[in-house]
Write a protein that binds this ligand. Structure first.
Ligand code: NI
Ligand code: MN
Length: 226
């Protein structure tokens, strides 16, 4: 599978011939100026919660691609009321078999309201159990004991975790999260976009290395094969 980083918490994943996109926040991101959202392919757009820095480009990319938006009910209804009816609502704990693999929506410890203050449902993460690949996209979250439940059910190959602190876990809690998840490869997200979440990359890498966990901090527009 191929993973490409579009900055902040936005990744494109190509898996089993399908293009998945996560939490698109690209056009307002000063660091992601080189990305043209018209070039992004998305069969599915997964949205973790309703904050601006996770939904900003979702509707436009969904319209360009006729994507299915997968999120909690409140967010899929927001898409519908904005004219995008191709959605798949879920809620925390629920599992669904999509054409690329099985997805479970899981708990996140955060908040979730739309930019106008209206209710965005509960913040969530997603676990993907696909042929040859099992991974977790946590969305914005604090460290939580619930992550141990994910390790009880799934054998994760890798996980996307926030580590920019202030609004989410910091690096040290992300290391602990990796242990709760029993996961040896972490792809960092939610760092450097804003002054509040700037991190020291070498300190972060060292903190993970000390625990024999691989941390990947992608450059924007960088792609890796897993
Ligand atoms: Ni948030
Ligand atoms: Mn955020």
């Amino acid at each position: 599978m191929n993973i490409k980083y579009f900055g902040h918490s936005c990744f494109a994943i190509e898996i089993n011939g399908m293009n998945l996109l996560f939490d698109p926040f690209i056009t307002p991101n000063e660091l992601a100026k080189e990305i043209d959202i018209k070039s992004i392919k998305a069969d599915y757009i997964f949205i973790s919660h309703a904050h601006q820095d996770h939904i900003y480009d979702a509707l436009e990319i969904a319209k360009n691609n006729d994507s299915t938006i997968v999120s909690c009910w409140e967010i899929t209804e927001w898409a519908v009321s904005n004219g995008h009816t191709k959605t798949h609502p879920m809620n925390i704990g629920g599992t669904w078999e999509f054409d690329f693999g099985i997805v479970q929506m899981v708990n996140a410890v955060h908040s979730s309201s739309f930019p106008d203050g209206s209710y965005g449902g509960n913040p969530a993460g997603f676990v993907f159990n696909c042929p040859n690949h099992c991974f977790y996209y946590s969305g914005d979250t604090a460290l939580t004991m619930d992550m141990k439940l994910i390790a009880e059910r799934y054998n994760l190959n890798f996980a996307f975790l926030p580590l920019g602190s202030n609004f989410t876990m910091d690096v040290y809690d992300a290391v602990k999260a990796s242990k709760f998840l029993n996961c040896k490869h972490i792809i960092g997200m939610h760092f450097d976009t804003f002054p509040y979440i700037k991190i020291n990359h070498s300190t972060a890498e060292q903190a993970f290395e000390n625990e024999n966990i691989k941390l990947t901090l992608l450059h924007i527009n960088e792609a890796i094969e897993i």
